[in-house]
Design a protein. Sequence first.
Length: 80
Amino acid sequence: MKLYLRADCPYCNKVLNAVEKMGLKEKEDYIIINAQAGTPGRDMVLKTGGKAMVPFLIDGDHSMYESDDIIAWIGKKYAK
Ligand SMILES: N[C@@H](CCC(=O)N[C@@H](CS)C(=O)NCC(=O)O)C(=O)O
C-alpha cells in the first residue's frame, strides 16, 4: 500500500495519524511517497488518479483520493 503525501498537508497528516492509531507501521504495512509539486510522486498521482491532489492511496489495483475514504478503506482492510 502506497500513501502519496505532502509534508504541509493537514489532510495527509490526518491520514497518517489515523494509520498510526490503527497500529500499522511504515515500511512494514505501507510506504510513504512524497508527492510535493515537481516530484515523481506527484506525477504518479496525476497519472493514476487524474488530479493533482493529496492524500492519494494506491493499494494494488485500487486507488483513491479523499482522506476520509482512505482512512475508511485502510481501517476496513488492514486495521490491527
Ligand atoms: N477533501 C480532500 C482535500 C484534500 C486537499 O485539499 N488536499 C490539498 C493539500 S492539503 C491538495 O491536494 N491541494 C492541491 C495541491 O496540492 O496541488 C481530502 O479530505 O483529502
